[in-house]
Design a binder for this molecule. Structure first.
Ligand code: SF4
Length: 410
């Protein structure tokens, strides 16, 4: 599979691609916008053409999974949603003054005079209008800051819910960071507001990692606008068990490099659409079996991690199980299995007899010419140990429920 970007598309190419993706969604269906969370999940599995195509086409994967009979039930409860909104409203009150205070507390900068803090209105018609308005406001805010760098006090600005754009796999994606703070020197800091708490100065590493990857996606989008953001994101969260905001500055250089690399590896959408069978459609009004056929015609790269981040996870897992795909065992195990490309092949190998010792061969005094597959040796050994632990008769199969793989463990 080719993963490298080619030359940039022309406007006509982009328009043809948009039409093609709209046709895949079905007549009259609006594209479902990608947020940075979805983009981060997409970047985390760059080998999955299925997700790349469905996300680029703006297909509602949650609704698709529902029609396929395999809903994932992601999402927050109404209560958590309302609490998150209330927290964000509090953290961004007074035109972002609290965000500036939190940032200064971590960088050591002197907080600006409230008179010198601006929160520009970023409302505009449609995503294109909002992106343009963000671009103008950002340029103006940086110019205000740079004025200060030349002598007088620089003006600070907080851009709440700006809109930026990133080209992903050849298709443009609109993104909405929580906030950008432009300081008195014209420096830009990305702000991520999250509802998980910072308890006693630390937060769940997986959540911090996910938030930092999201911020890295915004960082790349800003780079595409020729704006270089600070290398650390200001992560704003509730303090302990209260609803008061506290913050941490988190270095996102590693995440920036990783997301940049992963996004580059995505196959271009043009290549994915060109490989589709004629008449493929993901229109949610189609009968489920036709939709399943369309979905399954696009190669997937299922891994257990999908269960935490993709609406189609149950569908893809079931397909992988039916196909005996060892990917269901996890990426690490799949890699260890090497040339054993099905679960059945791995079980057969585990229960296979070692080859008889070769008769001495004067031309090959050192023994067999083909060294045994280390994965097969490891599986045989694991099966033997398992049989010993279970009492030596090896009666239980690989799933612990009975004989498996065509024979007892040895
Ligand atoms: S669940 Fe399926 S579509 Fe989603 S990322 Fe995994 S393999 Fe791809």
């Amino acid at each position: 599979m080719s993963h490298q970007r080619g030359t940039e598309s022309t406007g006509a190419d982009q328009s043809a691609l948009r039409d093609r993706l709209a046709a895949l969604r079905g007549p009259g269906r609006q594209p479902r916008p990608l947020d940075s969370r979805a983009l981060t999940a997409l970047a985390a599995n760059p080998g999955c053409s299925r997700r790349a195509l469905l996300d680029s086409a703006g297909v509602d994967k949650a609704a698709l999974a529902e029609v396929l009979g395999a809903p994932a039930n992601f999402g927050q409860s109404q209560f958590a949603f309302a609490r998150g909104h209330a927290f964000e409203a509090g953290a961004t009150r007074d035109g972002g003054a609290e965000l500036v205070r939190l940032l200064c507390a971590h960088t050591g900068q002197a907080p600006p005079d409230p008179q010198l803090l601006e929160c520009p209105d970023l409302t505009a018609e449609g995503p294109e209008g909002r992106i343009e308005r963000t671009r103008e406001a950002l340029a103006l805010a940086q110019a205000r800051g740079q004025t200060g760098a030349e002598g007088g006090p620089g003006g600070w600005s907080v851009l709440l819910h700006p809109m930026v754009r990133l080209t992903v796999a050849g298709a443009p994606v609109c993104l909405e960071p929580d906030a950008l703070v432009v300081d008195g020197d014209g420096g830009v800091t990305i702000v991520e507001i999250k509802s998980f708490p910072i308890l006693d100065g630390s937060a769940a590493p997986t959540k911090v990692g996910a938030a930092t990857r999201q911020a890295a996606v915004y960082g790349l989008a800003l780079e595409a606008m020729e704006v270089r953001a600070a290398e650390s994101v200001l992560l704003v969260c509730p303090k302990d068990f209260s609803n008061l905001p506290t913050a941490a500055l988190v270095d996102m250089r590693k995440q920036l490099a990783a997301v940049r690399r992963q996004l580059r590896r995505l196959t271009r959408v043009e290549e994915l659409t060109a490989a589709l069978p004629a008449g493929t459609s993901f229109d949610l009004d189609l009968p489920p079996d036709r939709l399943a056929g369309a979905v399954d015609s696009v190669p997937a790269a299922y891994a257990p991690e999908c269960l935490a981040g993709c609406d189609l996870a149950f569908h893809c897992r079931s397909q992988a199980r039916t196909g005996n795909d060892p990917a269901v065992l996890g990426r690490g195990t799949r890699a260890e299995l090497g040339a054993l490309t099905t679960v059945k092949a791995a079980l057969d190998a585990a229960h296979s007899d070692p080859p008889p010792p070769e008769p001495s061969d004067p031309t090959h005094p050192a023994g067999p010419s083909d060294p045994p597959d280390p994965a097969v040796l490891a599986l045989r050994r694991a099966a033997r140990l398992r049989a010993e632990v279970l009492g030596g008769d090896g009666a239980a199969g690989a799933d612990g429920a009975g004989p498996a793989g065509g024979g007892p463990c040895r």
